[in-house]
Design a protein around this ligand. Structure first.
Ligand code: LMG
Ligand code: NDP
Ligand code: PMR
Length: 398
């Protein structure tokens, strides 16, 4: 599978087999975009968009070779111990919260950000226009709506030479106007398939890399939301999150012999998104219970505030997109800018004071972080265990 498209690809896209040695000094230019220092995209994976864009432009390729230079210097020349750059993988870093977080971290010069995204060129352009210093990021292809792509990403990442100090599961889709469900490559309803199951497999497969890291604080962060928490006003706007007895999830969410919804009900895109966020928050807590003590890895979730301007609402009706930002700014006052939200998530990634595991972080009006309460369902340990076990089966881990 991995070699399938090799004949179409310039040598620039082959991934060095040496992996951990990580000291090549090659360079590459593609379509006038410099990939120097930040190309380790997996063009062989099932990312249709990537392939399509590649095929459209293949005639114009002027490829040399590729740079992959993880620098993991552990000590200063004079022997004095300094903290090496942290290495953080962020899914869905091509826009919104993920991009703003990548920017906030890369700008400090203390982090190298691996932007794990489904659309390589979009991500490259986004990183450039956000002004992220090019030596501080690498783009790797990841389509969470395909478990093959998740596995290929993990494989590519493991061979890349980068350590894994922090993993941020941030990507998401929200399909509030969809009348009928759509599905991932494996046939799971798209919102839960992408937001929960793709991330579940990714984080399970990368946990060992977090464990191997020698970075002082290793963290796995899964972005949650207020709208999945029915102990809030926002979480009570219909349709409300509710996983029920998980009968739809157990049936594979395929919309054929089982419902496309976790609770087995009729398809509702907004509910599917909120349900997926409940799964994200439950998964974080189950990770904490199973692995925190033994591994020392910190598990966290958060609600960064209502970032009403992001691409998350791209499928909503134009009137909603027009009114939602002023509504959140002036009525609920829950609005935060992408920059501010990026700083918040960056705190959860790297702030030395946010090391408590199993926490769902939120921020108050003065932008100070606090440990928030999850709804009854989103903190139900028995449900978390069931979601974990059913998800393991669906992604092929059990
Ligand atoms: C569901 O409906 C759909 O069923 C589902 O398919 C999906 O689309 C989903 O989340 C997306 O929406 C949910 C929504 C209908 O239902 C409600 O919002 C029900 C509201 C019931 C009332 C809640 C009680 C609140 C208590 C009062 C608190 C006071 C706050 C005042 C706020 C006033 C705002 C009007 O959603 C739709 O039909 C979608 C279409 C557009 C609705 C957009 C609403 C959000 C933003 C609107 C802002 C309007 C105000 C802007 C500023 C104007 C100043 C007056
Ligand atoms: P955006 O739409 O701006 O960002 C979502 C990102 O996910 C994009 O980079 C998108 O990629 C990526 N993505 C979507 N599908 C896939 C896929 N199949 N494989 C890989 N990447 C994918 O939305 P936000 O920045 O708002 O959302 C980020 C996170 O924040 C989400 O987890 C969301 O639930 C959460 N959140 C957002 C809030 C808000 O108010 N906006 C509030 C609370 C939580 P592409 O660019 O290619 O589409
Ligand atoms: Mg909500 C009281 C505060 C509050 C907050 C913080 C949010 C956040 N929302 C609040 C209130 C309300 N919203 C009220 C009173 C209404 C009825 C008018 C309302 C409506 C509403 C809609 C229709 N809100 C929405 C939608 C969406 O489509 C968004 C959604 O549910 O996406 C899943 C949304 C959101 N409101 C929020 C936040 C953070 C969202 C979006 C994103 C998310 O949870 O990830």
């Amino acid at each position: 599978m991995a070699l399938q498209a090799t004949s179409l690809l310039p040598s620039a896209f082959s991934i060095p087999k040496e992996g951990k040695s990580g000291s090549s000094s090659k360079d590459s230019t593609l379509f006038g975009v410099s990939f120097s220092d930040h190309l380790k995209a997996d063009f062989n994976s099932s990312g249709f968009r990537c392939k399509r864009e590649f095929n459209q432009r293949v005639g114009a390729v002027r490829a040399q070779t590729v740079t992959a230079t993880p620098s993991v210097t552990r000590s200063a020349p004079e022997g004095k111990k300094t903290l090496r750059k942290g290495s953080v993988v962020i899914t869905g870093a091509s826009s919104g919260l993920g991009l703003a977080t990548a920017k906030a971290l890369a700008e400090t010069g203390k982090w190298h950000v691996i932007m794990a995204c489904r659309d390589f060129l979009k991500t490259e352009r986004a990183a450039k226009s956000a002004g992220i210093p090019k030596e501080n990021y690498t783009i790797m292809h990841l389509d969470l709506a395909s478990l093959d792509s998740v596995r290929q990403f993990v494989d590519t990442f493991k061979r890349s030479g980068w350590p894994l100090d922090v993993l941020v599961c941030n990507a998401a889709v929200y399909l509030p106007t969809a009348k009928e469900p759509t599905f991932t490559a494996e046939g799971f309803e798209l919102s839960v398939g992408t937001n929960h199951l793709g991330h579940f497999l990714l984080s399970r497969l990368l946990l060992e890399d977090l464990q191997k890291s020698d970075y002082p604080s290793r963290r796995l962060i899964i972005v949650g939301s207020i709208t999945g928490n029915t102990n809030t006003l926002a979480g009570n706007v219909p349709p409300k999150a509710n996983l029920g007895d998980l009968r739809g999830l157990a049936g594979g969410l395929n919309g054929l012999n089982s419902s496309a919804m976790i609770d087995g009900g009729d398809f509702d895109g907004a509910k599917a998104y909120k349900d997926s966020k409940v799964c994200n928050m439950l998964t974080m807590q189950e990770f904490h219970r199973r692995f925190h003590e033994d591994t020392g890895v910190v598990f966290a979730s958060l609600y960064p505030g209502c970032i009403a301007t992001t691409g998350l609402f791209r499928e909503h009706i134009p009137l909603f997109r027009l009114l939602f930002p002023p509504f959140q700014k002036y009525i609920t006052k829950g609005y935060v800018s992408e920059d501010e939200a990026g700083k918040r998530l960056a705190q959860v990634v790297g702030d030395p004071s946010l090391t408590k595991s199993g926490v769902y972080w939120s921020w108050n009006k003065d932008s100070a972080s606090f440990e928030n309460q999850l709804s009854q369902e989103a903190s139900d340990a028995e449900k978390a265990r069931k979601v974990w076990e059913v998800s393991e089966k669906l992604v092929g881990l059990a």
